[in-house]
Design a protein around this ligand. Sequence first.
Ligand code: NAP
Ligand code: ZN
Length: 349
Amino acid sequence: MTIKAYGAQAGDRPLESLNITRRAPGARDVQIEIAYCGVCHSDLHQVRSEWAGTLYPCVPGHEIVGRVSAVGAQVAGFKPGDLVGVGCLVDSCQQCAECDDGLENYCNHGVFTYNSPTRDAPGHTLGGYSQRIVVHERFVLRIRHPEAQLAAVAPLLCAGITTYSPLRHWKVAPGHKIGVVGIGGLGHMAIKLAHAMGAHVVAFTTSDAKRAAAKKLGANEVVNSRNADEMAAHAQSFHFILNTVAAPHALDPFFNLLKRDGTMTLVGAPPTPHPSPQVFNLIMKRRSLAGSLIGGIPETQEMLDFCAEHGIVADIELIRADEINEAYERMLKGDVKYRFVIDSASLAG
Ligand code: NAP
Ligand code: ZN
């Protein structure tokens, strides 16, 4: 069927209204009427081909929430009317060690929600800036939040899981001092999640204007990362730092804040490299530099249930689809509190 979407025809073109087609649901597919879709900085990187290799037309969007409208004959877990979500993945090989471990995000043949090869027209996946999507049931998540919170749940599908997964993997717990670098879509979720896990949370920002708001999000302390004295006051004190920054920047000032055996994990994915770290800043205290990619499907469900239980949603600004180009410009300036979410009803025109 033909539906409305918002996307770009080339990397140097603004996003515009497009007509796209979706397949009819197969035996194990779930068809979802999209209510809201969050706007991730990865959408901007990819629609502008900043990571190279973008396939056009590009319809971004991988923070999708809505209601099931139809299911295939063999779908047992979902029925029409269910509140559901779809994140960054819509398929994987389902045969490799990563898929067996529920870490489909690390499958070599994972199919991302947009910009991945597929048998459906036009030959690559098209994302959630659209009215409807059809997804294999294994990649559909159940939403247990109240329906009134649905728009603010959308960003959990990427920003939530991308920060929850490393916080869990590096075993963030009460008594730990945790840093979150960058208070954007990912960073503000990391602050809320690490706070809910009982850690002492320090937010690092380049925007003094975000200081008060960061405390409201759950940060115990806020540091301007461009202020050397403020940084020095936290030397060698962190168990773990999660770095969400979308642009290249010096990592060494953050290594110096880690205790012995501390880890800084990068989830921010700038299009060009960070300046190379000083090896001595790692070896002198057996520190680690790591990376992490979204999260697997079982852990995404665990994160959604954790957030429902703890009353956690994103802080959002709801926009119309035709406001997306302006929203991207504001995101580049760090001027979003803290996630734009598209109201899919606006796609109808
Ligand atoms: P965002 O909302 O734009 O937030 C990024 C934040 O980084 C900004 O709000 C700003 O925070 C800080 N920042 C921006 N430019 C900076 C600079 N030059 N120096 C220092 N700080 C700067 O972006 P997002 O949606 O959270 O995404 C962040 C990054 O994560 C993107 O690169 C995205 O592609 C990536 N990502 C990765 C994964 C994964 O699986 N690893 C998943 C999703 C997204 P302050 O104003 O507080 O300084
Ligand atoms: Zn994302």
